[in-house]
Design a protein around this ligand. Structure first.
Ligand SMILES: Nc1nc2c(ncn2[C@@H]2O[C@H](COP(=O)(O)OP(=O)(O)OP(=O)(O)O)[C@@H](O)[C@H]2O)c(=O)[nH]1
Length: 203
C-alpha cells in the first residue's frame, strides 16, 4: 500500500472526546512483500488486493477488545526491511509490541525475522520485547519453504507468540492482534502499572 497517510477508524476530535482506553502502539515489521500491508488491511478493512504496491508507511487506528477491555491501538505498517536497512526510530521508540512477519514461501524472509528482532533489541537495550512471529501466506502450502515446527521454534527462542496466517483467505488474521495484546499485557494487573513502550539507549 503506497501511502504515508494515516487512516483513523477511531480517534479524537471536538466531536469525539479523548479516549480513556489504554493506548498501545504496534509495529508490523518484516521483509519486503511478505504481506504486512495485506495482513493489516485485511484486519482493519476486511479487504484483500492482489496487486503489490511497496509501502512507505501507514498508521491505522483501531479499538481492540481483549479480555473484556478495550485498547486504543495504533498499528504501524512499515516499509519492508532487509539486512542493511537501519531501524527507523519511529519503529523502535514508543512501541509496545511488534508483529514480525515472514512468508512461509520464502526462507530468506524467515531468516530476516531474527535479524530484525536483534536490531530492535540493539536499539532498545532490553533483553526481550513483546512479539508475535507471523508466518504469512499460509495458503501457499505447495510453495512452502518454512515448516510450522521451524516457525514455532523461532518464536519460542524469542519468547514470542506464533501463528500462521493468510490475508488472502482471512485465516487467523484477527488472532495476530489478540496474541499481540496477550504479549503486551503479560504480567500486568488491573489498576497496576502500564506496560512501558520501548525506549532508545544511548551507547
Ligand atoms: N497468496 C497470498 N498472497 C499474499 C498474501 N498476502 C499478501 N499477498 C500478496 O503478496 C504481495 C505483497 O503483499 P503486501 O501486503 O504489499 O506486502 P508487504 O509486506 O506490505 O510489502 P512491502 O510494502 O514491500 O514491505 C501482494 O501481491 C499481495 O497480494 C496471502 O496471504 N497469500
Amino acid at each position: 500500500m503506497a501511502s504515508s497517510s494515516s487512516s483513523g477508524m477511531t480517534g479524537s476530535s471536538a466531536a469525539n472526546p479523548p479516549s480513556h482506553k489504554p493506548k498501545r502502539k504496534i509495529a508490523v515489521l518484516g521483509s519486503r512483500s511478505v504481506g504486512k500491508s495485506s495482513l493489516t488491511v485485511r484486519y482493519i478493512e476486511d479487504a484483500f488486493v492482489d496487486s503489490y504496491y511497496p509501502t512507505i508507511e501507514n498508521v491505522f487506528n483501531k479499538t481492540i477488545r481483549y479480555k473484556n477491555k478495550e485498547y486504543d491501538c495504533d498499528i504501524i505498517d512499515t516499509a519492508g526491511q532487509d539486512e542493511y536497512s537501519i531501524l527507523n526510530s519511529r519503529h523502535a521508540i514508543g512501541i509496545h509490541g511488534y508483529v514480525l512477519v515472514y512468508s512461509i514461501a520464502l526462507r530468506s524472509s524467515f531468516e530476516m525475522v531474527q535479524t530484525v528482532y536483534d536490531k530492535i533489541l540493539n536499539y532498545t537495550g532490553t533483553e526481550t520485547v513483546p512479539c508475535v512471529v507471523v508466518g504469512q501466506k499460509s495458503d501457499l502450502h505447495v510453495q512452502r519453504q518454512v515448516s510450522e515446527e521451524e516457525g514455532k521454534a523461532l518464536a519460542d527462542s524469542l519468547k514470542a507468540a506464533w501463528v500462521e496466517t493468510s490475508a488472502r483467505h482471512n485465516a487467523n488474521v484477527a488472532k495476530v492482534f489478540e496474541l499481540m495484546l496477550s504479549q503486551t499485557e503479560k504480567g500486568t494487573t488491573e489498576g497496576g502499572p502500564e506496560p512501558q513502550p520501548s525506549k532508545c539507549i544511548v551507547m
